[in-house]
Design a binder for this molecule. Structure first.
Ligand code: FEO
Length: 169
């Protein structure tokens, strides 16, 4: 049985992952509106990944005999000043998510909840990857600067990203 403090913190994280999903979907809409369909695709896939993260926590709470409570999800922004500023926001958001996951891992240690600690290892590794890929794209956008051809080259690369659903039991 999961302890209430851990359950509540994971429930809060479920809501945050759902916010992340909505944020990236909003970014997909923004990129689509400025005809950067590759960036829109990348963000749409990211939105699916975030929902998968929410579901991973959701299943975990239920597997541990806990109660899932979905909290209020605030509306994400819908407009950004430039392709770079949207990606900078995505990178900043991933850094925030990493801090939240870290806090959860601290709580699992404090509560001697080893099962939650193991689950969080997956998320800790995932955050390393997510921060690295967002940061790389921010850097590449900065390098492209005002070059339209640089931007469109990066955009076509981003068209290739696909959502790979996790295996089901
Ligand atoms: Fe679910 Fe991108 O953190």
């Amino acid at each position: 049985m999961i302890k209430k403090a851990v359950q509540d913190a994971i429930n809060q994280q479920i809501t945050r992952e759902m916010y992340s999903s909505n944020l990236y979907l909003a970014m997909a809409g923004y990129y689509k509106s400025i005809n950067l369909n590759g960036f829109a695709n990348w963000m749409r896939v990211q939105a699916q990944e975030e929902m998968m993260h929410a579901l991973k926590f959701f299943d975990y709470v239920l597997d541990r005999g806990g109660e899932v409570k979905i909290g209020e999800i605030q509306a994400p922004p819908s407009k950004w000043d430039s392709p770079l500023s949207a990606f900078e926001d995505a990178y900043k958001h991933e850094q925030l998510v990493s801090a939240w996951i870290n806090d959860l891992a601290d709580l699992a240690i404090k509560e001697s909840d080893h099962a939650t600690g193991i689950l969080l290892q997956w998320f800790i590794n995932e955050q390393v990857e997510e921060e690295a890929s967002a940061s790389e794209i921010v850097e590449r956008l900065r390098m492209a600067g005002d070059s339209k051809s640089g931007l469109f080259m990066l955009d076509s690369e981003m068209k290739t990203r696909k959502f790979i659903p996790p295996p089901t039991n």
